[in-house]
Design a protein around this ligand. Structure first.
Ligand SMILES: [Zn+2]
Length: 430
């Protein structure tokens, strides 16, 4: 049985359906392509106008000096805050405003924001301008209907999530914006479907492995030492022992899809020998024994694993190959790492969103964990804030695809869930 508050919040969202559609379309029509990071200032100024008019205090924050920040492509972020009448918790909705490249295969204008059969099309529609728009509508509906709430509502739109979030959430977290003393609940409206709560993600370790050889004439390979053959031995050892080992490591985390419930390793790239010639070069290659070969590995690990052991596993493998091949020499370089994170199901933000889903959709939510990472890592690791989830409209599989879309009904439903969550967290005594 819905309470009077829930009913009024749901109606307030429903009455803003046209506004939600227009807002989503406007956001899609600002092409915030990353890389290189276009129109970040423009989208922040658009949101500034919108949220100022709704009574929010605005701060535009440039991540000066962050990775990829430059005067040509400055990394702009916006944080909007509206305080209630009395003190209380702060609920923060964080969305990234950048989108990935368009790619081929579109039948709609990728920056047209066309509405067709209840779906809005465009790059970023589901990942994640639809989620950003839904959170703004939820916040506007809530603050207008119950202006005497306690605590605060914050909305941020941040740069560079698609390229690691260093000019966005990582910068804000470092500057204290996600300090648990000022923000208590964070919802990231990534497209996880309106009935699922995403608790966290697996860990990441990227590294480059290089095998070393000695250059010589290709007609006399015995005078050199072939780095590609050494790498071949590494790959063969991975096939024989490492991949089977990873398949046995299963997690208790509810990772989706099913295939990602184990440790995984991808070889993102391999290169050995002379550089690939520019397109249009019509000559033949030169005969040389390659003196180095490199691979980039992308290891995704589980909350049950420890990153030191993840690295040691690969090191042991390389040492084993070394013991079997007299001239084997290698180097391994760390490129990037992220610890796994998972908010407990009993955390306040999880419980509140779960109850709101039950009320709006008349079903219990599914709890999931993402196979890849998103900005929660920075909120958790740099901001030290654990009460954080991803929840938002849209179908994850459509992200980064041609003809990406977000459903209007899904956006309305998840905006209702977000508004009811605000009611639950910021209207004490209800
Ligand atoms: Zn995203």
């Amino acid at each position: 049985m819905a309470s009077d508050i829930d009913r009024r919040l749901a109606e307030a969202v429903e009455s803003r359906r046209a506004s939600l559609i227009a807002l989503t379309q406007d956001l899609i029509r600002i092409p915030t392509l990353n890389p290189p990071g276009r129109n970040y200032r423009e989208i922040c100024e658009y949101l500034d106008r919108r949220l100022s008019a709704s009574g929010f205090q605005i701060e535009l924050v440039r991540a000066e000096g962050a990775l990829a920040d430059s005067d040509r492509y400055p990394r702009w972020n916006i944080v909007a805050r509206r305080d209630g009448r009395t003190s209380g918790d702060c609920v923060h909705f964080n969305s990234h405003h950048d989108v990935v490249e368009v790619g081929n295969g579109w039948t709609y204008d990728p920056f047209g924001g066309e509405l067709h059969d209840g779906r809005i099309y465009g790059r970023g529609a589901c990942d994640m301008k639809g989620g950003l728009a839904a959170s703004i509508i939820a916040a506007e509906a809530f603050t207008r209907t119950f202006p005497d709430f306690s605590g605060a509502v914050e909305i941020s739109a941040t740069a560079d999530e698609e390229s690691g979030g260093f000019g966005g959430v990582a910068h804000l977290a470092r500057e204290g914006w996600f300090d648990p003393s000022r923000v208590q609940h964070v919802i990231i409206p990534e497209p996880l479907n309106k009935d699922r709560i995403c608790l966290g993600h697996r860990g990441v370790w990227w590294a480059e492995i290089e095998t070393k050889g000695r250059i010589a004439h290709g007609s006399m390979p015995f005078l050199g030492d072939c780095a590609v053959r050494h790498m071949g031995a590494v790959l063969a050892e991975m096939e024989a022992t490492l991949f089977p080992l990873l398949a046995t490591k299963r997690t208790e985390m509810p990772v989706v899809p099913e295939g990602a419930k184990q440790s995984t390793l991808n070889i993102n790239a391999i290169h050995g020998g002379e550089p690939v010639q520019e397109e249009g070069y019509t000559g033949l290659p030169a005969p040389c024994v390659p003196d180095r070969c490199r691979i980039t590995i992308d290891r995704r690990f589980l909350i049950e694993e420890e990153i030191g052991e993840v690295k040691a596993e690969v090191k042991r493998l390389l040492e084993k190959v070394k013991s079997e091949r007299p001239s084997f020499r290698y180097e391994i370089r760390d490129l990037f790492e992220v610890q796994p994170t998972m908010t407990p199901e009993g955390a306040p933000v999880v419980r509140s969103v779960a109850r709101a889903i039950e009320k709006v959709l008349a079903r219990a939510p599914d709890y999931v964990v993402s196979p890849g990472t998103y900005d929660q890592k920075h909120i958790d690791r740099i901001g030290r804030l654990k009460n954080c989830i991803a929840y938002g409209p849209g179908i994850l599989d459509l992200a980064h695809q041609p003809d990406e879309w977000v459903g209007v009904d899904d956006m309305v439903d998840s905006a209702k869930v977000m508004a009811l969550t605000l009611g639950e967290l910021l209207l004490p005594g209800q």
